[in-house]
Design a protein around this ligand. Structure first.
Ligand SMILES: [Zn+2]
Length: 70
């Protein structure tokens, strides 16, 4: 077992799936190898956070507007 070089789905750059991370994945029972490099993963996580907040806010705002216009 050794470090693996994988290609990031998002930025197409190579990243290292280290032995330690492979062990961590196994421990957690993850069957799939990571699809993204760590920087894209972090970016995605932050994006999802801000997107989720913005979405729920604009959604409730939007439904209020809909009720008014009805
Ligand atoms: Zn990437």
């Amino acid at each position: 077992m050794a470090d693996k070089t994988l290609i990031c789905k998002d930025c197409n750059s190579e990243f290292i799936f280290t032995q330690g991370e492979q062990d961590f994945y196994k421990e957690k029972g993850f069957m799939n190898e990571p699809q993204r490099c760590s920087s894209c993963r972090t970016a995605k996580k932050q994006q999802r956070k801000s997107y989720g907040n913005g979405f729920s806010k604009s959604r409730s705002f939007g439904s209020k507007m809909d009720f008014r216009s009805w």
